[in-house]
Design a protein around this ligand. Sequence first.
Ligand code: IPM
Ligand code: MN
Length: 359
Amino acid sequence: MNKNIAVIEGDGIGPEVTRQSIRVLNAIADSFGHEFKYTYCLMGADAIDKTGSPLPDETIEVCLNSDAILFGAIGHPKYDNDPTAKVRPEQGLLKLRKSLQLFANIRPVTTYTALHHLSPLKTKNIEDVDFVIYRELTGGIYFGKKEISADGNSASDDCVYSAEEIERITHLAFQAAQKRRKKLTLVDKANVLETSRLWRKVVKEIASQYSDVELDFLFVDNAAMQIILNPKQFDVVLTENMFGDIISDEASVISGSLGLLPSASIGSGSALFEPIHGSYPQAAGKDIANPLGSILSAAMLLDHFGLTEEAGLVREAVNWTLTNGFVTKDIDPVNFYFTSTLGELISDYVSGKIPGSVK
Ligand code: IPM
Ligand code: MN
């Protein structure tokens, strides 16, 4: 199979974790006879430094013409505490999501037996947790009108949703539930927000087309508590943009590290794959970041190409590293392995160079 992949390494630890994913993808390509061609492009603080823009037009062009996009991370501390900054790295990612119409962000939450002891939650509560968050990604408060008054003393961010925006992700979430344990939970704040009441109405209407799926509703404050108290109850969680951002970081605590969670953002055309973590500037360049969120995102990319055996092998390799104690500093601050060592081990595993691996 021949595929063109746009690569946006981005900021902070983005380049070093993405490099390990490329290494793994190359090992997969060699073993299975595929050809992946990579085109590197700029976005984020890196792009602002080099071009003045967080998302140069050329990057959009390359992404539109690629089969998939692999993205690292975005953000730089110099912008975080500067409310006057006119240009911000994050604007690049938001504009890319919008330009490519990546309206559904899929964030699977799983646990690994070898890491149960690391979770602040009780093992009995997190064993066999397996759910997936469908986060709407191109609407809501992230993209509404933003204003600051002339005197600088009041500000507003509008939260807007159209029925159509809700419908398209709702269908994807129901279809995912049909292939899983057939349960869908809509997370909203319908006791307060008009947009949430629209979400409920639209989702209820669509539910009749998926009568084999059980639908329930949770207010986001309660959902935040339930994710910690009893995460096993969830199968597919559907929610709007900002609630999805918040509860997916929260849910990463179940797995043991934010560094483990992958994501796929899909729309009508090209799809983007990125770990859910941020740019972690304190770790940048130190070879200590966890590359598994990125490598598991690469596995989702392989699934997207229909390469399920290849994706399964990458996941098996990731499991093998965790089971054998090959973990990065976020997981074991004393006995840890480097980012690049993890990348090498996983590449070797998928290439059949580790005794016991299948290929
Ligand atoms: C994420 C990130 C982004 C978001 C930021 C970097 C704009 O936190 O992908 O979850 O809020 O969507
Ligand atoms: Mn986030």
